[in-house]
Write a protein that binds this ligand. Structure first.
Ligand code: FPP
Length: 245
């Protein structure tokens, strides 16, 4: 990326992306470079996510969806999967303390059926505690896959059609969208991927239809407030035509 990381940008407060998706990549490489275990990179990434959430909340972003564990991440070595699950548990526990007095809402999106009872309990507890907050919504995507999400929505629609509560001819994109995990949230307007890769990796497939993409080589643990401001500044200077001229 050709941005000057030291330069502070002036954001247009009237055009802050309402919903940002983040692919938090590069934790493992960040740790390996320092001679640390990969789990230390994930831990540092979790801290970065906290800082970014706080900053986004301050500047008026309404929702963040963070890709914390994909449906494919189960294929990693068991020790790394365990470390990520432990980190998720701690993140949720810690959020209860940190969010006291703050107005943010935490939700977990994805298929919970493979998660441990302990984690499911903690997810429910954190969601319940923050349910009535009306500030930024932080969606943690855990055991999440875009194809999985769309398949689930199709299954829900088919069930409604079968029970006679929905006519197949009445199914529209909006109606399908209501069956996605992100239902009720603003459109995803910006997707950021750290760590140098330039692909979507099964993240927010439906929601990214008109999103702007921003990639950077920076490893996620090093991604700071100035970097997110750069991404938003770049977003604000794009011409979003939605297929029109
Ligand atoms: C990808 O980096 C990152 C992940 C698979 C996990 C992301 C998780 C966090 C940042 C932890 C924070 C969140 C919670 C709530 C647990 P990678 O491991 O593929 O890095 P690499 O490409 O350098 O190997």
């Amino acid at each position: 990326m050709f941005f000057n990381r030291k330069k502070k940008v002036e954001l247009n407060t009237g055009n802050i992306p309402k919903h940002i998706g983040i692919i938090m990549d590069g934790n493992g490489r960040w740790a390996t470079r320092r001679g640390l275990p990969r789990s230390a990179g994930h831990r540092a990434g979790a801290e970065t996510l906290r800082k970014i959430t706080e900053h986004c909340s301050d500047i008026g972003v309404k929702a963040i969806t963070a890709y914390a564990f994909s449906t494919e991440n189960w294929n990693r070595p068991p020790a790394e999967v365990d470390a990520l699950m432990k980190l998720l548990y701690e993140y949720l526990k810690d959020s209860e303390k940190r969010l006291a007095g703050k107005n943010n809402k935490i939700r977990v999106i994805g298929d919970r059926s493979k998660l441990s009872d302990e984690i499911i309990r903690e997810i429910k507890r954190t969601e319940e505690l923050t349910r009535d907050n009306c500030g930024l919504v932080l969606n943690l995507a855990i055991n999440y896959g875009g194809r999985d999400e769309i398949t689930r929505a199709a299954r829900l629609l088919a069930t409604d059609a079968q029970s006679g509560t929905l006519e197949p001819s009445d199914i529209t994109a909006d109606i399908l969208g209501e069956r996605l995990y992100t239902s009720g949230l603003p459109e995803v307007e910006l997707i950021i991927r750290t760590g140098g890769e330039r692909r979507l990796s099964n993240f927010l497939l439906w929601q990214s239809a008109y999103a702007e993409f921003w990639y950077t080589d920076i490893y996620f643990p090093d991604f700071g407030k100035k970097d997110i401001d750069q991404a938003i500044f770049d977003f604000q200077n794009r011409d979003r035509r939605y297929g029109k001229l």
